[in-house]
Design a protein around this ligand. Structure first.
Ligand code: NAD
Length: 425
């Protein structure tokens, strides 16, 4: 990709929409994508912005702003998480919605991409406030979501409980229970076994496949994981159980390192008891930024966007980067990693285990028949392994890196479907 991406300012570099667009354009050019399809796929289908009131515990009314962006419905209903954060922007939600289209196409499941978000600080809100905000946000976007239209899921700072509230609010409006309107629900109201750890499991599978592809052993493979939330902690546990040595993990507040390997079972227990990994005795406190550039075979950014930028990419020592988070590497950093010949498993493949299990949940809800956990895990592993294979073969055939290969494969699949359906224009 060297030379293909124009020089940009740091602000542009860390704008997720710019990052998404840079990769899309590069891949679309390589594919010789027709101009009309190019225009269609570089623009989201629908962007909903809502401003709505919530009664706070003090009795006062506060106004909140929420988004739901639907990028494409070519291959099926939209699918994508909802995040709560003070940093949510329309550009971020747009980028995440597009990434969902490409992700669903890479793993070949019948969904288009969407994403939602509400600008709020969930850490400063009570459960009651979060519930009222979630219900009102749901009612504001209710005409645009549904099992055949757009199926939300959890993302940063939203969880099973949030999905239960959305499902209940939607069901109250419909007059009957509609479990398949969201995924990532609690088990007893239509959730799927294996969903909670699915993204981490997918990360483990693509790590196994990367090592196999590069002819490297799992035994003694040192791993650093940034982020110890849903994705990071589940990936860490499953990988340790599989023979990897987790030598570093970090959270926003700081990280931990142990060259002999951190006992992840103990660390998870510690975090459950204390709400943080800080103070864990089985490893040494180490800043997150230091861990990112420390010696290891696999680096897994599993926190948030823009963690690998032009500022630190040159210092990264890992042989393999597996993107558990969405958009952790900027387009400029990509070029630096490519020059260093670091093998990248891009986000739209590496973290697709979550949406794959969500697809299984949606199928189970619609069937009213629930699968054993072993079936969910086995099917998920097969899909991730096949998709990894598709991407690396595509990269070899077109002489591009894995990220561009994943985009090309995805764009090709979506464009093909649009052509088959015909354009109602
Ligand atoms: P989470 O909120 O459960 O965890 C995020 C973790 O990242 C926390 O441990 C937090 O402390 C840490 N973190 C945040 N900023 C950091 C920083 N600067 N340095 C070090 N650590 C930092 O979120 P999650 O569900 O695990 O999602 C993580 C990423 O994976 C996001 O990009 C999300 O969009 C993506 N993702 C999640 C899923 C899923 O199923 N949860 C699926 C696909 C993609």
């Amino acid at each position: 990709m060297a030379g293909a991406i124009p020089t940009v300012t740091l602000d542009q570099e860390i704008n997720p929409w710019e990052a998404q667009s840079a990769r899309f354009e590069f891949a679309a050019r390589k594919l010789n994508l027709e101009a009309g399809l190019w225009k269609m796929l570089s623009t989201p289908t629908r962007e909903v912005i809502v401003h709505f009131p919530v009664t706070m515990d003090s009795g006062q009314i506060d106004m909140f702003t929420g988004f739901r962006v639907q990028h494409s419905i070519a291959r099926g209903p939209c699918k994508g998480g909802i995040r709560y954060s003070p940093e949510v922007t329309l550009d971020e939600v747009r980028a995440l919605a597009s990434w969902m289209t490409w992700k669903c196409a890479v793993v070949n499941i019948p969904f288009g991409g969407a994403k939602g978000g509400v600008i709020c600080d969930p850490k400063k809100m009570s459960q009651g406030e979060l519930e009222r905000m979630t219900r009102r946000y749901t009612s504001e976007i209710i005409d645009f979501i549904g099992p055949e239209k757009d199926v939300p899921a959890p993302d940063m700072n939203t969880n099973e409980q949030t999905m239960a509230w959305i499902m209940d609010t939607y069901s109250m409006h419909m007059g009957h229970t509609v479990t398949s309107v969201v995924t990532g629900k609690p088990l007893n109201i239509g959730g799927s076994r294996g969903r909670v750890e699915a993204t981490g499991r997918g990360v483990r599978v693509v790590c196994d496949e990367s090592l196999r592809y590069l002819n490297m052993p799992i035994d003694g493979c040192r791993v650093v994981i940034q982020g110890f939330g849903n994705v990071g902690s589940n990936a860490a546990r499953l990988m340790m159980e599989h023979g990897y040595k987790i030598v570093g993990v970090s959270e926003l507040e700081g990280g931990l390192a142990n060259p002999n390997g951190i006992d992840i079972h103990q660390l998870i227990e510690f975090k459950q008891r204390n709400g943080t990994i800080q103070g864990f005795r089985g490893a040494e406190a180490t800043p997150s930024e230091e861990l990112m550039v420390s010696e290891c075979e696999i680096l897994i950014p599993a926190a948030t966007e823009n963690m690998i930028t032009s500022r630190n990419a040159g210092e990264i020592k890992a042989r393999i980067v597996v993107e558990g988070a969405n958009g952790p590497t900027t387009a400029v950093a990509d070029e630096i990693l490519a020059e260093k010949r670091i093998f990248i498993v891009p986000d739209i493949l590496a973290n697709a285990g979550g949406v794959t299990a969500s697809y299984f949940e949606w199928v189970q809800d619609r069937q009213g028949y629930f699968w054993k956990e072993a079936i969910v895990n086995e099917q998920l592993e097969t899909i991730l392994r096949d998709s990894f294979d598709d991407v690396v073969r595509y990269a070899e055939a077109h002489n591009v890196n894995n990220r561009i290969a994943a985009y090309m494969l995805a764009i090709d699949r979506v464009a093909f479907t649009i052509k088959q359906r015909g354009i109602y224009a």
